[in-house]
Design a protein around this ligand. Structure first.
Ligand SMILES: Nc1ncnc2c1ncn2[C@@H]1O[C@H](COP(=O)(O)OP(=O)(O)O)[C@@H](O)[C@H]1O
Ligand SMILES: [Mg+2]
Length: 323
């Protein structure tokens, strides 16, 4: 069996805080094959960004990887030094964050930023850099005159697309996107989403796409990973999870973000908010908010159990799996 493109196993990330260690990512595993689109969903504060930063080697103190492996093409990224990782970033995988304003340098033109990104990874002539920069901008539908623009001269949507173009400069196999559309209005979000999907199909790279809005990815991702309180609570094919969400939290998320195309239903969502990860509730972490909680949930921490084509961290599926 060839190595998968990306394989994350038993990954835990801790923030060392004055109040003690906070485990923001708790034994997370995921596998991504070449060209696959995986979405990571969950409310704010559930550890999605921390997970992505850990995978991309971008964590800074007080965050540290406490356990686990991140393998890209079989190579463990967590054992690499910063320089070795810098050599892989942009070339083998790239990262697009929520706000391109934070990632793009405000005082240099797009042309200069694209040039620097390429020059850091190889020897390219001026003409080659110009040609490739023009090409990636065209891919995201931006007129190449904007190579001379500064980030603040572009609209929010254009900045995100310029960032995505930069992420594609060196044709990586994997693009990690952490809420790349969240700063945009709903219409701009959908159109950027469609564009990302078209690029992914055209160029064949794999995507890990993080969003707090589950409905955004329903038509775009192959696999879905639902995170709650630092843990994966459901994992499975996107269609399966949307049609038959196994975990009560997934069901709640679906109700909180009904499909834009679906019938209008009252927003029920999920009462309350995710727990403070400095002191998560004992047993199942979703118990305090769960409409289906029973006695055992208060003291028994569930594993991820088989639940049809998906896996679910819910005691209801323990009994099912044992049958
Ligand atoms: N700089 C930090 N210091 C301490 N704890 C942090 C810090 N950043 C995040 N956390 C903890 O990690 C949790 C997950 O944060 P994050 O990964 O940003 O979640 P998400 O991207 O799902 O909103 C937070 O709820 C918080 O407990
Ligand atoms: Mg986040």
């Amino acid at each position: 069996m060839p190595d998968p493109l990306l394989s994350v196993t038993g990954l835990s990330v801790v923030y060392d805080t004055p109040r003690g260690p906070v485990t923001a990512v708790d034994s997370v595993g995921l596998t991504l094959e070449a060209g696959e689109f995986t979405a990571v969903v969950g409310e704010s504060g559930c550890g999605k960004s921390t997970l992505m930063y850990a995978v991309a080697g971008l964590l800074d103190p007080p965050a540290r990887v406490a356990a686990g492996q991140v393998r890209l093409h079989g190579q463990d990224l967590l054992t690499l030094g910063r320089r070795e990782l810098d050599a892989l970033r942009w070339r083998d995988f790239s990262v697009v964050l929520q706000s391109a304003m934070n990632a793009l340098n405000p005082v240099t033109t797009l042309a200069a930023q694209y040039r620097d990104a390429m020059a850091a990874h190889g020897t390219y002539t001026k003409d080659e850099i110009r040609a490739r920069s023009t090409e990636v901008l065209a891919l995201v539908g931006i007129d190449p005159v904007h190579l001379g623009s500064y980030p603040h001269q572009l609209s929010g949507g254009m900045r995100q697309r310029a960032m995505i173009a930069m992420a594609l400069l060196l044709t990586p196999d994997l693009v990690i996107m952490d809420e790349p559309t969240s700063a945009l209005d709903v219409v701009a979000q959908r159109s950027l989403m469609v564009q990302i999907k078209e690029l992914q199909q055209l160029l064949g790279f794999a995507v890990v796409f993080v969003t707090h809005d589950m409905s955004l990815v329903s038509h775009f991702s192959d696999q879905l990973l639902v995170m709650y309180a630092g843990q994966i609570v459901e994992q499975g094919p996107t269609r399966t999870v949307f049609d038959h969400p196994a975990h009560p939290y997934s069901r709640g998320l679906l109700e909180a973000f009904p499909s834009v195309r679906g019938p209008r239903v009252p927003l029920r969502g999920i009462p309350g908010s995710p727990p403070d990860l400095a002191s998560p509730p004992p047993g199942c972490r979703f118990t305090p908010r769960c409409p289906l909680a029973h006695d055992a949930c208060h003291h028994t921490a569930p594993d991820l159990y088989e639940a049809g084509a998906a896996r679910s961290r819910c005691l209801l599926h323990l009994t099912e799996a044992a049958r």
